[in-house]
Design a binder for this molecule. Structure first.
Ligand SMILES: [Mg+2]
Length: 391
């Protein structure tokens, strides 16, 4: 039997939206394909590897992408189609284990520790997942394997595209130490700059730093960061996380002083939140916008949706209004951070929301299987999400 060491797999589809477009329209294969908001304030959702060669990246304003890659193929996202393919991908995961934590439509953690004996080794499971996804969807995924979530996710990132990489606990220090600290989970621009000021540029230097010195500079965060730098991460894979809220936020490299730019970023965050909510079969009725003025003055503004939703358009509609009201009341509006979250998940999504996509059904199945295995008592908070099903 395996020891106490866990076997975690992180699966991430390669350039998911763009790959689906290239799958459905073979004439686009080999071309730079950019799936993006096409309006004046649009932001890039996903781009193909061909487009990345021009410097195009996710979350970049579409206008900037067009300057870098004027001959690219620019397409609006087709959410229904991506959800359909996503359901196929998650069906592959369900064949392996009920211990699935979906992060978005195309990305999930699987804890396969309990499946090893039955399914024959973690690398064989990883190869099988890649093959099954290819057979069912015609698309490639990258698979990372590790003793915890952080190393599994890093492994899939390092292996992209179409990769498979395992990082064992004893290999972690050698793998991690040359990487820039920006690669470390939870390290954003602000923390990165603080670490640079201490002369720390690599994960290895972070691991070796005197803990007292690090704590003086970073506070309580220091202990967590050093554990991650050593390759340690205790977080569990949480199959149906009964979340209080699903949020996304962005810290700007340069403060945003234009409302149209702020709105473009807000839309991108709303898309991420909606995608994550849908991946978990959740719909929320409260939208909160988080606005931080430099350096650290944070405001939040909250409003309710007319009906629970997991639609980016619905969330953005409310979030944008909140942003505009705040903006107009500031003498010199200036944002360092902008975020949005969805909360109030007190019932299941409306059936018609998923009428064209089997995603909700897939999520139901996972939850039902978990209930079968562990009894409904293990899902107390998630249970409140199920009440509508009884009516
Ligand atoms: Mg992906």
């Amino acid at each position: 039997m395996p020891t106490a060491e866990r076997s975690i797999i992180h699966v991430d589809m390669d350039a998911f939206y763009a790959s689906v477009e290239q799958l459905d329209r073979p004439e686009l294969r080999g071309l730079p394909v950019i799936v993006a908001g096409l309006g004046r304030r649009g932001v890039v959702s996903t781009c193909s590897y061909e487009a990345r060669r021009y410097g195009v990246r996710s979350a970049m304003p579409t206008a900037q992408a067009r300057r870098l890659c004027p001959d690219g193929v620019y397409l609006s996202p087709r959410a229904d189609r991506y959800e359909e393919v996503s359901a196929e991908v998650f069906a592959v995961f369900e064949g392996i284990t009920p211990q699935i934590e979906g992060l978005s439509l195309d990305e999930a953690f699987l804890d396969v520790t309990a499946s090893l004996r039955l399914l024959g080794g973690v690398e064989a499971i990883g190869r099988g997942i890649k093959q099954d996804i290819r057979d069912r969807t015609g698309l490639t995924a990258s698979v990372g394997i590790g003793p915890n979530k952080w190393l599994a996710k890093l492994a899939s990132e390092l292996s992209k595209p179409d990769g498979l990489l395992r990082i064992r606990a004893d290999e972690a220090p050698a793998r991690l130490s040359p990487l820039p600290i920006g690669r470390l989970w939870t390290v954003g621009k602000v923390t990165e700059q603080a670490l640079h000021r201490l002369g720390i540029r690599t994960i290895g230097e972070l691991a070796a730093c005197d803990p007292a010195r690090l704590t003086r500079a970073l506070g309580r965060q220091a202990t967590l960061l050093q554990a991650l730098a050593r390759g340690e991460d205790e977080r569990a894979v949480e199959p149906v996380r009964a979340e209080q809220s699903i949020g996304a936020e962005h810290t700007f490299d340069e403060d945003v002083v234009r409302l149209d730019m702020a709105e473009a970023w807000l839309l991108r965050q709303c898309e991420r939140v909606a995608e994550r909510a849908r991946a978990r079969g959740l719909a929320g009725h409260t939208v909160t916008v988080k606005l931080r003025e430099p350096p650290f003055v944070t405001h939040t503004r909250q409003a309710r949706l007319g009906a629970p939703s997991a639609s980016a358009a619905d969330i953005y509609d409310v979030a944008r209004r909140l942003l505009n009201v705040w903006w107009q009341t500031q003498p010199t509006p200036r944002l360092r951070l902008l975020g949005v979250s969805l909360s109030g998940f007190d019932r299941r999504p409306q059936e018609d929301m998923f009428a064209s996509a089997p995603m909700a059904a897939a999520t139901d199945q996972v939850q039902d299987r978990i209930n079968l295995r562990f009894g409904t008592g293990s899902l107390v908070r998630a249970g409140s999400l199920r009440t509508r099903g009884r009516g």
